[in-house]
Design a binder for this molecule. Sequence first.
Ligand SMILES: [Zn+2]
Length: 248
Amino acid sequence: MARFESALWLPIGANTGGALAPIGALMHQQVGDGSLYGFFNNPAAQVSAHFWVAKDGRVEQYVDTEVVAWHAMHLNGAYVGVECEGYPEQALTEAQIDGFAAIMAEGHDRHGWPLYLVEAAYGRGLGYHRMAGGVNTACPSQLRVDQRSTILERAGGRAPAAPTPSTRRSQNMIASTTSGNGYWTVEPDGAVYAFGDAQYCGGANSPDVVSTVIIGIAGRSNDGYWLLDDDGSVYAFGSAGYYGRGDR
Ligand SMILES: [Zn+2]
């Protein structure tokens, strides 16, 4: 059981799934005020989150962090969901930042979450709901997304920081297409370059990604590939599916 010391345990009886080994937390915004316990405890809601952080800093935990909650569709199997009281145009309060920081610090100890900013699906650390591609949501506001670095600093993290140059660069930084008529190369910062019949499907080099050093690429056909970073996270692009991650 993973019930956080920093939270009031208020288990819900519905809207949860199977086992979860969370790789980090996703920030959500409530767009409302008041505890979400009653809402999430209603089977008709079909939605839930692990935590709710009040404006006064109180934290409620509704779902064990080793059990899936229903907060982010295809990312439910990867992340703990953290709802934050209030409205998009309201910044998180100082107390709310402290409450969220306590969750991150405890998640770091319990689950090994790196205290890093995450800007793309399946990165380890602190992400936010709408970072998942294909998710039709404005959750949370940029005002709140930008407060994550303060949350991590208070949790003892080192965000934001520049990526350290990888000492493992000599791995597979080039991948062939199955036709043999093209290839991709990838830089440690996640920039992908496509040649021949290889199609460009995206890279991991967002300027605000601070935690990722890419150490490998593998092609699927000519329209998809995976990138691997130096802490074992896998990023899938194009036709390549995501099937899990490795640990170093
Ligand atoms: Zn959300």
